[in-house]
Design a binder for this molecule. Structure first.
Ligand code: SF4
Length: 686
C-alpha cells in the first residue's frame, strides 16, 4: 500500500507492507525510495501512550452527536449575537487537502467568516506573498529534477541536511555525479548543511535583503543583465535599477552590513555570474523575518534579472516545511485567500459564491494567525476551532497566546492526543484519525499531489477531520453543501473549483481530475500540477516566459532594508534533525528522542565566556516577553553574540525550553509571518 510521509514538505512516498511496516517507496518521484530517520520511525510513532479516543465536552466523555450538537448550537448562538466574525478556525499543514477544503468552505462560504488561518502562516506565507507579487500566483517554479541539473546551488536560511534530509541526499548525489556543481550556503550558523558547502557565508542575521540587493546591483554593474528576457518578460526594471544605484549596495557597504569580508562576498557574486544554471533554495531563515516577503522577492529579482527561471537547473525554489502546506494554500486555507488560488476580488467572490451556491460568502480577508490572538483579546473572536496543531507552543509570544486561547468562550481542538499544551485548554476535544488511518491528498514543495491512504482502522471513535467538519456544517443547516460521503467526493469538488470559469488566468487548475471515479481516486499516482490531461505536467513552470499576471510579465520588487534592531544576544530558533513540530508524535519515539533529550541552547564559546556562563549547568534566557530555562552548550559553529534554541519543546515534554515565549508577536507586514529569527534575549546563570 502506497502512502506519503506526514512529517515534511519533501513529501516522500512510503510503502507499507502487509504487516503494516512502513518503508521507502522507490516509485515515488519525491524520494525514489529514500526515507530519513523520522520517516523510518513512522511505525514506532503509531502507538501514542495516551491517544484521544472519544469526544469530550468540558472534561466529560460524550458521543459524536452530543459534541456536534454542542458545537453547532454554540456557533449558531455566537453568530446570531456577534456576527460571523466571532468564529475563527486555525488549521495546520498536517491537514489533508480534503480537510482544508471543507474547513475553508464552511468558514468562508457558509458561516461567512474569513477568520481561517493556519500554522503555514508561520512557515511559508512570506514565500507565498513573494510568489504572488512576482509571478501573479503562488506557484513554485522549480522541481526536484532541477537539483540534478544545477551548476550552482545556493541554500539560504535552511539547514536542509536536518530539515529536509531526503532532499539533501538528492543534493549530495547530484554533487557526486557532477563534482563541478558548487554549493553556497548562507546561514549565520555553521550547520551540518553549511559544513558541506564550497562557500559558507555566515551573514549577520537579518541582512539577507542587503546581500541579494547587492547581488542584483552587481549583476547590473557587471553588465550581466539578461536584457532580452527582462524586456520581454519582466516589469519594474527602471524602479529597481534606480533603487539599486544607492550607495548602500556598493560591495564594501554590503560587506559591512552582512558581516562578510569583501573577498567572500565577491566570490559569491562571481559564482552567481559564472553559473547560469543556478538553483536558489530558501526556507525559514528567509521567510521568518520582519522583511520575509522582501527577502524572498530580492532572491527572485536576481533570477529574473538573469533570466534564470523556467530553465533546467535554474529557479528560485521555496522549500515548504510541512507535508501539506502547499495543499492548504491551494484550497485557500489562508485568511487573505478565498479559494483555489483566488483572492477576494469582487469577480472571484462572485465566482466562488455561485460555485458553492451560497449567499453567505465572506466579503473580505480575515485575521491572520497573530491577529487572531489580538482579536480574541479584544473580544471580537469568541470561538476558535484548532485542528492538528499546537498554537499554545508554536505561536510567537506563546504565553500570551496561551492566555488568549484559554479566554475563548469556546475552544475546540481536533487532535490525536489530549496532552498537547493546546488540547489541555480546550472545552471541546474531538478525536481525529491520524496518519495511516485517514484518506486524502497532500501537495509537496515541488507541486506533486500524492495520496495519503489508510492502512488500519482509526481507534475508538476517532474520525477524519473532514467528517467532523461536515457533521457540524450539516447540524448548522448546510446539509446540501456538505453532503460529502468520502475524501474522493471532496477532492472531485475541489478539483472542479480550480477550473470553474478559470479561463487560463490561474495555473493551478486540476479540474481534469474532477471526474475521477472512486476507484481512480483510490489508485491515483503522484502527479505535479499544472497537469497534462489527467497526468502530471511539465516539471518546471514559466518555461515560455509567461507569468500569471494580467500582462503576463513577472514583477520585480524594489525594497530597502529596514534599520538594524536593538542590541543584545540575538536569538535564533529552528528545528532538530530528529524532531517534528512540538514533538507530539516524535517525542514518544525513543530513538528519535535519543539525540536530544532536553532543551539546549547553543552559543559560541567566546559568548559563553563573555557572559560568564562557561561553567553554568543551566541558564535563564529572558526578555520582556518571558523567560525559559535551558542547558548551555558551547558550539564553535555559532557566531559570537547569538544563541540558537530548538523550537520543539513544550510543557508536555519539559519544564523549560519553550522558546516561543520569548519571541515577540511581530513579523513581516506584507505576509503576516512572525519574525522568529530576529529577537533579542539576555542570558544569566541559574
Ligand atoms: Fe518524511 Fe521529510 Fe523525512 Fe521524507 S525527508 S521521510 S517527507 S520527514
Amino acid at each position: 500500500m502506497h502512502t506519503t510521509c506526514p512529517y515534511c514538505g519533501v513529501g516522500c512516498g512510503v510503502k507499507v507492507d502487509s504487516q503494516g511496516v512502513p518503508g521507502g517507496d522507490a516509485g515515488h518521484p519525491a524520494n525514489l525510495g529514500a526515507l530519513c530517520v523520522k520517516g523510518m520511525a513512522l511505525g514506532e510513532s503509531q502507538s501514542l501512550p495516551n491517544r484521544l479516543l472519544y469526544p469530550r465536552v468540558n472534561g466529560e466523555q460524550v458521543d459524536w452527536p452530543g459534541a456536534i450538537d454542542h458545537i453547532a448550537r454554540r456557533f449558531g448562538e455566537l453568530v446570531e449575537r456577534h456576527g460571523p466574525g466571532a468564529i475563527a478556525f486555525y488549521g495546520s499543514g498536517q491537514m489533508l487537502t480534503e480537510d482544508y477544503y471543507v474547513a475553508n468552505k464552511l468558514m468562508k462560504g457558509f458561516i461567512g467568516s474569513a477568520n481561517i488561518d493556519t500554522n503555514s502562516r508561520l512557515c511559508m506565507s512570506s514565500a507565498v506573498a513573494a510568489h504572488q507579487h512576482a509571478f501573479g500566483e503562488d506557484a513554485v517554479p522549480a522541481s526536484y529534477e532541477d537539483i540534478d541539473q544545477a551548476e550552482l546551488v545556493v541554500i539560504v536560511g535552511a539547514n536542509t541536511a536536518w530539515t529536509h534530509p531526503v532532499l539533501f541526499r538528492r543534493l549530495e548525489a547530484a554533487k557526486a555525479a557532477n563534482p563541478h556543481q558548487q554549493w553556497v550556503v548562507i546561514d549565520p550558523r555553521a550547520t551540518a548543511t553549511a559544513q558541506q558547502a564550497d562557500l559558507h557565508l555566515a551573514i549577520t542575521p537579518g541582512s539577507d535583503l542587503v546581500l541579494f540587493n547587492g547581488l542584483a546591483r552587481h549583476i547590473l554593474d557587471s553588465n550581466r543583465l539578461d536584457r532580452h528576457f527582462v524586456e520581454r518578460h519582466v516589469a519594474g526594471f527602471d524602479e529597481l535599477q534606480r533603487q539599486l544605484s544607492a550607495p548602500e549596495y556598493r560591495p564594501e557597504t554590503v560587506a559591512e552590513a552582512t558581516g562578510l569580508s569583501i573577498a567572500r562576498l565577491e566570490r559569491f557574486y562571481q559564482l552567481f555570474l559564472d553559473h547560469p544554471k543556478t538553483l536558489t533554495l530558501f526556507c525559514m531563515g528567509i521567510n521568518q523575518s520582519l522583511q520575509g516577503t522582501l527577502n524572498a522577492g530580492a532572491i527572485i529579482n536576481c533570477h529574473l534579472l538573469t533570466g534564470r527561471i523556467g530553465k533546467p537547473g535554474a529557479a528560485p525554489f521555496s522549500l515548504t516545511g510541512q507535508p501539506n502546506a502547499m495543499g492548504g494554500r491551494e484550497v485557500g486555507g489562508l485568511a487573505n485567500q478565498l479559494a483555489a488560488h483566488m483572492d477576494f476580488a469582487p469577480a472571484n467572490r462572485d465566482k466562488v459564491a455561485r460555485f458553492w451556491n451560497t449567499d453567505r460568502l465572506a466579503q473580505a480577508p480575515g485575521h491572520k494567525a497573530m491577529d487572531m490572538i489580538a482579536a480574541i483579546e479584544r473580544g471580537e473572536i469568541k470561538a476558535l476551532w484548532v485542528m492538528g496543531t499546537n498554537p499554545a507552543v508554536s505561536l510567537p509570544d506563546s504565553d500570551r497566546a496561551r492566555r488568549a486561547l484559554a479566554s475563548c468562550e469556546l475552544l475546540i481542538v481536533s487532535d490525536i492526543s489530549p496532552n498537547t499544551d493546546t488540547a489541555k485548554l480546550a472545552q471541546v476535544l474531538l478525536p481525529a484519525a491520524g496518519w495511516g488511518e485517514k484518506d486524502g491528498t497532500v501537495t509537496n514543495s515541488a507541486r506533486i499531489i500524492s495520496r495519503q491512504r489508510p492502512f488500519k482502522p482509526a481507534p475508538g471513535a476517532a474520525r477524519p477531520d473532514w467528517w467532523a467538519l461536515c457533521q457540524v456544517a450539516r447540524a448548522m443547516g448546510f446539509e446540501q453543501a456538505f453532503a460529502f460521503e468520502s475524501a474522493a467526493d471532496i477532492f472531485r469538488e475541489h478539483a472542479a473549483l480550480t477550473g470553474f470559469e478559470n479561463g487560463g488566468e490561474r495555473l493551478f487548475d486540476i479540474s481534469a481530475l474532477s471526474t475521477l471515479s472512486n476507484a481512480e481516486f483510490d489508485a491515483m499516482t503522484p502527479r505535479s500540477w499544472p497537469l497534462s490531461g489527467k497526468e502530471g505536467g511539465p516539471a518546471r513552470l514559466f518555461a515560455d516566459g509567461r507569468f500569471s499576471t494580467p500582462d503576463g510579465k513577472a514583477r520585480l520588487r524594489s525594497a530597502q532594508p529596514s534599520a538594524a534592531g536593538p542590541a543584545g544576544l540575538l536569538l535564533n530558533t529552528g528545528r532538530l534533525r530528529d524532531q517534528w513540530h512540538t514533538m507530539s508524535r516524535t517525542g514518544h519515539v525513543a530513538r528519535l528522542m535519543a539525540a536530544a533529550t532536553e532543551p539546549q541552547a547553543q552559543l559560541h564559546p567566546d559568548t559563553l565566556a563573555a557572559l560568564g556562563l562557561e561553567r553554568a549547568e543551566l541558564i535563564k534566557l529572558h526578555n520582556e516577553q518571558g523567560r525559559t530555562l535551558v542547558r548551555p552548550v558551547a558550539d564553535p559553529g555559532m557566531a559570537p553574540g547569538q544563541v540558537f534554541v530548538p523550537m520543539h519543546w513544550s510543557e508536555e515534554f519539559s519544564a523549560g525550553g519553550r522558546i516561543n515565549d520569548l519571541v515577540e508577536a511581530r513579523g513581516c507586514a506584507l505576509s503576516g509571518q512572525p519574525a522568529f529569527k530576529q529577537n533579542r534575549v539576555q542570558a544569566t546563570p541559574v
